[in-house]
Design a protein around this ligand. Structure first.
Ligand code: OGA
Ligand code: MN
Length: 286
């Protein structure tokens, strides 16, 4: 079987067809998927009714998997469960349950694990139960944003280092969501503001909600610059919106694009998403 694909928007995204992830992906097909991932940043696979073991096995072919952050739902495993359902009772959480509030951090434009010293390469999100309306996931590419930067700004950003901080970003939602133990587990880390993919030489802006300030600059001044960079990335023409259907598996490149979840009627409709996360291979800044 040979895979086929179609581009989703001019800026990013490809829907990949003629793939059966549960049944097994051949090495040549896998090599092509890797190439598409590097070129299009967001890959959509429809009709993939996979279980956790199959998701983990496919994900591992891209690299080592991250464990989930302590105190998140389903912590300590290679599958992060992002849902509005209580795992033990299998009932829908009340809209104001702290877990829904905590997960609403995903509704800010961000890139996964940029608050870790070695940030994630990719995430694979499997829609196990999706709501009939709302709950889309939006993606925006930092590549087009970099391509469109004025030369003077490209020069200014070259070599700049941002400090990313999970406690900062979750603190924007509510100040009691991150406890002391978690603060110690995820101390602020340095990340390059401009990144380059060695596979194809494409550069991109790297920012998002976890980016707190700029090393060596006044905090508020750096924060303003980072917000401005994030705003440039998320312009509508650089985005793709994914409308979930059951069986969808969506994979994205955390090195060069931002994403965010969209609200839905959380008190009424179940939404259960299982995520695997491919760890990076080294830090982006010293
Ligand atoms: C994630 C995430 C958004 C969503 O899983 O990393 O940000 O739409 N999810 O569930
Ligand atoms: Mn995310």
């Amino acid at each position: 079987m040979t895979i086929t694909f179609r581009q989703l928007t001019p800026a990013l995204g490809a829907e990949v067809s003629d793939v059966d992830i549960a049944g097994g992906v051949s090495n040549p097909d896998f090599a092509e998927i890797t190439q598409l991932f590097n070129d299009y940043s967001v890959l959509v696979f429809r009709g993939q009714y996979i279980d956790n073991a199959q998701q983990i096995a496919f994900s591992r072919r891209f690299g080592h998997l991250e464990g989930t952050v302590r105190s998140n739902l389903g912590a300590g495993s290679e599958i992060a469960v992002i849902s509005n359902v209580d795992l033990e009772t299998d009932t829908i959480l009340s809209a104001d349950d702290w877990r829904n509030v905590y997960n609403s951090g995903n509704e800010m434009w961000h890139t996964d694990s940029s608050f870790k010293r070695v940030p994630a390469i990719a995430s694979l999100l499997s829609g196990r139960e999706v709501p009939p309306e709302g709950g889309n996931t939006e993606f925006a590419t930092g590549r087009a944003a970099w391509d469109d930067l004025e030369d003077s700004l490209k020069e200014e950003l070259d070599g700049l280092i941002a400090i990313h901080d999970f406690a900062y970003s979750r603190g924007l939602i509510r100040d009691d969501l991150v406890d002391e133990a978690q603060r110690r587990e995820t101390p602020p880390v340095p990340q390059a503001v401009i990144r380059r993919n060695p596979a194809n030489g494409r550069c991109n802006i790297y920012a998002g909600a976890h980016a707190s300030h700029i090393r060596g600059r006044d905090v508020e001044e750096g924060r303003t610059l980072l917000r401005e960079l994030t705003e440039r990335i998320v312009q509508e023409r650089y985005t793709y919106t994914h409308h979930w259907q059951p069986g969808d598996l969506v994979m994205w490149d955390n090195r060069c694009c931002l994403h965010r979840g969209c609200p839905w009627d959380k008190a009424k409709h179940r939404r259960v998403m299982h995520r695997t996360t491919i760890a990076g291979i080294g830090p982006t800044a010293a």
